[in-house]
Design a protein around this ligand. Structure first.
Ligand SMILES: [Zn+2]
Ligand SMILES: [Zn+2]
Length: 145
């Protein structure tokens, strides 16, 4: 399992990546500010699933697709604009563009992995086993933090 999280120090903006955290024994040192800090590796994490965030201990995490969210949005916007552009002259083309955009989105969805993300500190976990209690991002849950 790979973890990526922001350095726990308030003054530091470093993004720390560590893999595999299942076997982590000693504290991690931030490569930027040298802050030495411990991750909480729960028994579940050792087995390859996340039950609680190793950085902040938060038990609420969500799953999102692992690609820049801007990419999917850009495709939708461009396809929408092209589709409107062609709608008057040739609506078969207009529909074909929309269908292609939907297909593209679907393929991206299949090809990209999933990232488990902590609601509280936004730590990201990759290559994790499925935890059925984790769902897609929920705004109401997010607002608690
Ligand atoms: Zn740091
Ligand atoms: Zn966290």
């Amino acid at each position: 399992m790979q973890i990526r999280y922001n350095c726990p120090s308030d003054q530091c903006v470093a993004l720390i990546e560590y893999e595999p955290i299942e076997t982590l024994q000693k504290p991690i040192q931030c490569p930027r500010c040298n802050l030495s800090h411990d991750l909480k590796i729960s028994p579940k994490i050792k087995e390859g699933t996340v039950d609680a965030c190793a950085v902040c201990g938060c038990r609420e995490l969500f799953i999102r697709k692992d690609f820049p969210q801007g990419v999917g949005l850009a495709v939708v916007i461009i396809a929408g604009a092209l589709s409107i552009y062609f709608f008057r002259s040739n609506f078969m083309v207009s529909y074909a563009i929309l269908a292609a955009a939907i297909a593209f989105d679907f393929v991206l969805y299949l090809l990209t992995g999933r990232v488990t993300t902590c609601y509280a500190c936004r730590a990201e976990y990759r290559k994790v086993g499925q935890n059925p209690s984790h769902e897609a991002f929920d705004l109401a849950t997010s607002e608690k933090y």
